[in-house]
Ligand binder design. Structure first.
Ligand code: DAH
Length: 336
């Protein structure tokens, strides 16, 4: 072994290090050349046999320094390259990360559906305040001062003759007072009653009111429009049934049942084996209501209806307890 040979080995090692393409190769070369059992310690052992120990020592030092430097540089280079590859890399096969997707509350969904349905029938959507006067919620709707629904037990009263509206019917009177006939409106909104919460009652719930006033509007219009509504909402084949009832603001008044959409009217758990489900109250607008809002009952007639949205949601979506709609359990609500 002489100095030239050491220099040749140095060149060969540097060439090999220069050609290394990844970190594991560079590390293997470090072990091979300057590792504890590598070439350098081996060459050192031969120092004692060298003719010119000084020149040999220098040659071995050149080997050590240049190989070490080359390895340090190579590793730094490969590490930097690996980083840029990582940053640029896009693995198209990786499964995506799902962002939770928001959706409309079932009550909102239904309000939108019902409103859209009536819009197609020529109705417009009207709005009124949650905090109402006794006048619009009761008096204008032909509801006498001694009517049960005006009881403190039923209604949330506020100071100054105000209350939280108990029914969206209050919007009827407001709207008619502000608009001359003809009128065709639906009014969705919150209502409030002093009800103790249970599976089917809530002190705060939603209704949709409908009102159609024009010359010669008849009970037949109410029936045919609600028949159409029933079919559109619950599926064709769903029939309606009108039972006489009493509401202060309509005469005659009816309660409207839809044939059960679950069993087709044969009787099941949803319709409590009757084949019918009560959906809403309705009737022909009482002449006293027209008088209260300044319409001439000799000239116009009209029909009105009102239904509870939560109730409708429970029937349509098969929800067994109204409280589930208000517990804000997104996992539950996301089903609808
Ligand atoms: N407001 C009534 C209620 O809350 C529902 C209702 C019945 C509305 C008959 C109407 C109607 O417009 O004509 O029970």
């Amino acid at each position: 072994m002489d100095v030239q040979e050491v220099d040749r080995l140095t060149e060969a090692a540097l060439a090999e290090i220069g050609a290394a393409q990844d970190l594991s190769v560079a590390e293997a070369l470090r072990v091979k050349y300057i590792g504890r059992n590598g070439l350098l310690p081996e060459l050192m052992k031969q120092m004692k046999d060298a003719m010119d120990k000084r020149a040999m020592g220098q040659a071995l030092n050149r080997f050590k320094v240049s190989v070490t430097d080359a390895l340090v540089e190579k590793k730094a280079q490969l590490e930097a390259a690996a980083k840029t590859i990582q940053a640029d890399a896009f693995d198209w096969s990786l499964p995506g990360r799902w962002a939770p997707r928001g959706r409309l509350h079932p009550v909102t969904q239904l309000i939108e559906r019902v409103c859209a349905l009536f819009r197609r029938m020529g109705f417009v959507v009207a709005d009124g305040p949650d905090v109402e006067t006794e006048y619009y919620n009761f008096d204008a709707l032909n509801t006498p001062a001694d009517h049960v629904s005006r009881d403190m037990q039923d209604t949330f009263y506020l100071p100054g003759g105000l209350l939280l509206r108990t029914q969206t019917s209050a919007v009827q009177a407001r709207y008619m007072q502000a608009h001359p006939p003809p009128v065709r409106i639906v009014c969705p909104g919150r209502c409030y009653r002093r009800d103790t919460t249970d599976a089917t009652h809530s002190a705060n719930f939603h209704q949709i009111e409908g009102l159609y006033v024009d010359e010669r509007v008849s009970l037949a219009d109410l029936k045919s429009d609600l028949d159409h509504f029933a079919g559109e909402l619950m599926g064709s084949g769903v029939k309606t049934r009108f039972r006489t009832h009493f509401f202060p603001f309509t005469e005659p008044s009816v309660e409207v049942d839809f044939s059960c959409h679950m069993c087709g009217g044969r009787g099941c758990r949803v319709c409590k084996h009757s084949g019918w489900i009560e959906i809403m109250g309705a009737g022909m607008v009482d002449p006293n209501v027209f008088k209260a809002v300044g319409y001439d009952p000799e000239k116009v007639t009209g029909y009105a209806f009102g239904m509870g949205i939560e109730r409708l949601a429970m029937i349509l979506f098969g929800i067994d307890d109204i409280r589930r709609l208000y517990e804000n359990d997104a996992r539950y609500l996301a089903q609808f």
